[in-house]
Design a protein around this ligand. Structure first.
Ligand SMILES: [Zn+2]
Length: 447
């Protein structure tokens, strides 16, 4: 669950609000050269910083700010473009937002959040579209793409030329967590090249990198505003943050050749992305036992891996970042199952229900109970004490419906719903915890 904007806004202006931009702006001349000149410089810098030659050429198209917003958020012009530049389907994006809204202990402002990520994405001043072999840049006033943005985009063009970017960024049978891992790898590669070009230091110092990535998160949360939960805001910058940390870890051990080698086998999960040692051993998820099991009257609408980064982002919405890191680490596997019940005469509006399972690695299963307790604490602060039955703690919420938490032997279990299916409406969910207790009992009894 990451980067919900519908297109690849490869480089958001939030990045410019960071220490990198501040550091490099002091070394740049006051007068900004014309775009053509900046493009030529950026292309040469990209080739040098990334250590890849260019055999082909890339088309550069100048667009206005509003045209860029349409490119980033608007409907795809044709199927070919859709296949190559859509990161995830509309359906998956919607399911993600429904799930996130349900899983966080805040009422939120439901209509604001889907738009929020689009707003952030629309601030992009450069965009590389693999299917068109074209780099789109904004050439307009203060929103014009600066040198670091252009360099970053030219690195994507180099990646495409050498490693065929399109298929790497397409959702396939490996699922969203695998796509998130590849996307972050791609962004980390281009972002590290920008850091090296800024000539701050080579190799880039770890403490600088930590401060840089932390700055990205902070600046982006601020930029997103109060109406957007941290979980949603962070999902926009996560590929840059964790991708850069990952690619840096390869680079410090073997330079760009080590990164080039990794392109033939990028991280398969966000667990591998977050822990380079697990990438080296290709640690695989632990198989989850049991079949999808929804509440009575609901049918399965989607099932996705809940990766370590998803778990981390979720928890970071209400515990300190360090705690979120620790609780999510030793991730073994996870899944979200979204169930749907159509509108009908008896029950009224359409509804959905959500089941989340997180399994930790052997030897770390106490994290399941600890995470459950932290969740219960956070929801208690917001909604008052839970109703507890048979080890399941349930909270009744006025707008998004009830949610319940339990820990089984190795797993954390979260059940929610019925909740209103519409992202736009916050119509009251009258359901109580009773249905969730029944569902929890069936889930726990299932083989
Ligand atoms: Zn990028």
């Amino acid at each position: 669950m990451i980067a919900r904007h519908r297109r690849l806004a490869f480089w958001a202006t939030t990045l410019q609000a960071t220490s990198l931009a501040q550091a490099s702006s002091t070394t740049q001349p006051r007068q900004v050269p014309a775009l053509d000149e900046r493009l030529a410089t950026a292309q040469a810098d990209a080739i040098r910083a990334r250590g890849l030659n260019s055999r082909g050429h890339v088309t550069v198209t100048k667009v206005s700010r509003s045209e860029m917003a349409t490119l980033v958020n608007g409907p795809a012009a044709d199927d070919d473009e859709r296949a190559d530049s859509l990161e995830i389907s509309d359906e998956d994006a919607r399911n993600f937002l429904l799930s996130l809204r349900t899983l966080t202990p805040r009422e939120g402002r439901p209509p604001a959040e889907p738009g929020a990520t689009e707003t952030l994405a629309a601030q992009a001043s450069g965009l590389y579209v693999p299917s068109k072999k074209t780099l789109f840049v904004v050439d307009e006033g203060s929103g014009a793409a600066d040198g670091s943005v252009l360099l970053h985009e030219f690195v994507h063009a180099l990646q495409d030329e050498h490693f065929d970017l399109g298929p790497k960024l397409r959702e396939d049978a490996r699922g969203l967590d695998a796509l998130n891992a590849r996307h972050a790898f791609v962004e980390g590669d281009a972002t590290l090249a920008v850091l090296l070009d800024a000539n701050l230091m080579d190799p880039v110092d770890e403490s600088f990198l930590k401060a840089f990535t932390k700055g990205l998160v902070t600046a982006n949360r601020k930029n997103a505003g109060e109406g957007v939960s941290h979980a949603v805001a962070d999902s926009v910058v996560s590929p840059y943050v964790y991708g850069t940390l990952f690619v840096w870890s390869l680079y410090t051990h073997g330079g760009w050749p080590a990164v080039n080698t990794a392109w033939s086998r990028p991280p398969a999960t966000t667990e591998q992305l977050l822990h380079p040692a697990k990438y080296r051993t290709r640690e695989a998820p632990i198989a989850l036992r049991g079949k999808p099991l929804g509440p009575e009257g609901f049918t399965l609408r989607s099932r996705q891996t809940m990766g370590e980064l998803d778990v981390r982002t979720w928890l970071a919405a209400f515990v300190a970042d360090d705690d979120a890191d620790r609780l999510a680490s030793a991730w073994g596997n996870g899944v979200t199952e979204l169930y749907e019940r159509p509108a009908n005469g008896a029950s009224g509006q359409a509804a959905f229900a959500l089941r989340v399972r997180v399994r930790w690695d052997h030897g770390h299963t106490a994290r399941a109970t600890e995470t459950r307790d932290r969740l219960i604490h956070a929801f208690t602060e917001r909604f008052g004490a839970p109703i507890t039955r048979g080890g399941t703690a349930c909270f009744e919420r006025p707008n998004v419906g009830p949610i319940a938490f339990a820990a089984t032997r190795h797993e954390l279990l979260a059940l929610a719903g019925p909740s209103p299916l519409s992202l736009q409406s916050a119509t009251s969910a009258s359901a109580t915890c009773e249905n969730l207790f029944t569902w929890a009992k069936r889930v726990k009894a299932a083989p």
